[in-house]
Design a protein around this ligand. Structure first.
Ligand code: MRU
Length: 346
């Protein structure tokens, strides 16, 4: 099998977390080295590293950078990193794993090694998850040639080939001809800057659209399926993802285009009954009011900048996970997920 080149989003080496600085793409491919908890917190908040699984991995490594290396400082690092962004549940999932690992470890001498091993395990599992979602999703999209995606749920949002883009990479490796339409994804342009960049690096044809174009393309029969990632999935299957995902799901439903979500089970939050309970991050006014240094919105006007919206489960054709595909109608992640596991072990 021909292996597609995928950028290494994050790497922990010589006591530093090295991140591709995603705020600089596609102009420059620069790395940022973080050697303190504060730097990792800042990198997550500023979207140097972003995308739900990548945020979780970065935070897990971030804990290992706690200055004195004492139990107290590791716990303080976990509490602080948990304030870096509110919506992607993978952040809290990874920090919970780190906390449970700390609590299980009885020896203070071994603590640093035990924590770095857990962070590496989270990172390794993410690579496997990307591969498995790729295989599951490639089977789902096997008859599709033109796929639309929103934001970036690719290698840059994970440790390897992403969630929503993993099936695309897999199909490309299988020599299936596939073309991607990437919504530019206002206001920070993760689709135009990041999805288009990483797919181009891999030699996969990609066309960037403004966010308002997708309806016309669907109406013209130019889109075979939509596939997006997720930041948090509530127990009833409602999905929080980048702002603009919800209207896309309505357009897909209206035009009978299948609408898939690809996400690892670490993005499930079975404690939340439905999407209304998902905390939605509100980001800075300046992300909308300015383009670079140029003012785009008069000072007197108010601006709204929620980073995510919620797509109701009933508009989702299927959720592609590393453990299998949850097909519509999705009613309870908890029980659907358990039934997927038992099907696989039967
Ligand atoms: O604000 P971002 O860039 O972190 O938003 C990312 C998304 O919305 C992704 O679609 C989601 O995290 C899934 S990443 C596999």
């Amino acid at each position: 099998m021909n292996h597609t080149s995928i950028p290494e989003t994050l790497r922990f080496e010589s006591g530093q977390l090295l991140l591709i600085d995603q705020t600089r793409l596609p102009d420059e491919v620069l790395h940022l080295a973080c050697s303190s908890v504060d730097q990792v917190h800042d990198a997550i908040s500023r979207l140097v590293v972003r995308g739900a699984p990548a945020i979780g991995i970065a935070a897990a490594y971030g804990v290992c950078l706690a200055e004195s290396g004492s139990r107290k400082s590791y716990i303080a690092a976990m509490d602080f990193l948990a304030t870096s962004r509110p919506t992607a549940v993978n952040l809290f999932w990874a920090l919970r794993r780190m906390r449970e690992t700390l609590l299980r470890c009885e020896s203070d001498f071994e603590l640093a090694d035990v924590l770095i091993n857990e962070a590496r395990a989270i990172h390794d599992e993410d690579r496997e998850m990307c591969r498995d979602i790729g295989l599951e999703g490639a089977a789902v999209l096997k008859n599709c040639k033109r796929v639309l995606t929103h934001c970036n749920a690719g290698g840059l949002a994970t440790s390897m080939r992403g969630t929503a883009l993993a099936p695309i990479y897999q199909l490309h490796e299988n020599r299936h001809s596939i073309e991607v339409f990437a919504d530019e994804t206002r206001p920070l342009l993760q689709g135009a800057r990041l999805t288009a960049w990483e797919l181009s690096q891999a030699g996969i044809p990609v066309t960037v659209l403004t966010d308002s174009m997708s309806g016309s393309l669907m109406r013209g029969g130019q889109i075979d399926a939509v596939i997006v990632g997720a930041d948090r999935i509530a127990n009833n299957g409602d999905v929080a993802n980048k702002i603009g995902t919800y209207p896309l799901s309505i357009l897909a439903d209206y035009h009978n285009v299948p609408f898939y979500v690809a996400a690892p089970t670490s993005t499930f939050d079975p404690e939340l009954p439905n999407g209304d309970a998902i905390p939605i991050e509100e980001r800075a006014r300046s992300e909308i009011s300015h383009a670079g240094n140029r003012l785009m919105v008069p000072q007197e006007a108010r601006v709204m900048n929620p980073a995510f919206d919620v797509t109701p489960a009933k508009l989702i054709t299927g959720i592609i996970t590393e453990k299998g595909v949850l097909q519509s109608p999705i009613t309870s992640i908890q029980s659907d997920f358990l039934s997927v596991k038992s099907e696989k072990t039967d």
